[in-house]
Design a protein around this ligand. Structure first.
Ligand code: ADP
Length: 217
């Protein structure tokens, strides 16, 4: 279990905080607006009303113990930058920041934060990729053009073996696991028989995975 601080509990910060809690971590949520704090108070480990541009207030939050701080203040550029400066001064190493403009990005990269997030752009790319490859429920880019994808086995594919499904791509794609209701099957033999509603996780290069698309629908 790790401990995180999320500064700014607007839509982005709130969603990130709630997901971190769901994943079993501790989250200190901070916002200077009582309304946002009240909305989330009973869902987070701690919810604190504070101005994160106030260095004294940050010192009192005991964030040195956190594994990472997410600065999720979008609109107020000055507040976001001031807060990052204070965190840097305090020696916080893992600082993730939501950026809203090119100027914001440039300043943050000069300040040397760990990660700059552009939610709209990153989500736009994800949506385009999902539209491009609609049978994929979820995917994870592993780097070097390698992907992990999760696909649903349709009624049409009921009874097909893993080897028959992958056919020519067999040598290039790894069938990692099958999730069938509450059971996981892994490793998968090539004669493993797939059933309708199985979730199959494959790993391989994007081109090869795409070449399987006509078979998977
Ligand atoms: P979103 O698009 O995710 O809703 P916003 O920029 O609208 O993002 O939300 C930012 C949040 O950060 C708001 O809840 C706001 O109250 C909070 N916030 C802004 N400035 C400060 C500050 N100086 N200290 C603490 N919280 C702040």
């Amino acid at each position: 279990m790790a401990q995180f601080a999320v500064f700014g509990l607007g839509r982005f910060g709130a969603a990130a905080s709630i997901e971190l809690m769901r994943l079993g971590h501790q989250v200190i949520g901070v916002d200077n607006n009582t309304k946002f704090i009240n909305r989330l108070a009973d869902q987070l480990s701690h919810a604190v009303i504070a101005d994160v541009t106030d260095e004294q207030a940050l010192q009192e939050l005991d964030i040195q113990r956190c594994d990472a701080v997410l600065v999720a203040i979008g609109e107020d550029l000055e507040a976001s930058i001031l807060c990052v400066l204070h965190l840097k001064n305090m020696g916080i190493e893992q600082i993730w920041v939501k950026a809203t403009s090119k100027a914001h990005h440039m300043i943050l990269s000069r300040l040397g934060v760990s990660r700059i997030i552009h939610p709209e752009e990153e989500m736009g790319v994800k949506v385009a990729q999902a539209l491009n490859y609609p049978m994929v429920n979820q995917y994870l880019a592993l780097g070097n053009n390698q992907y992990l994808v999760e696909i649903d086995i349709t009624q049409r594919l009921q009874g097909i073996t893993v080897a028959a499904l992958l056919a020519d791509a067999n040598a290039f794609v790894k069938a990692v696991l099958v999730k069938r209701r509450d059971k996981l099957f892994s490793p998968l033999a090539s004669d493993f028989v797939l059933e309708h509603q199985d979730r199959l996780v494959l790993a391989g290069s994007l081109d090869i995975l795409k070449s399987l698309a006509p078979k998977l629908t």
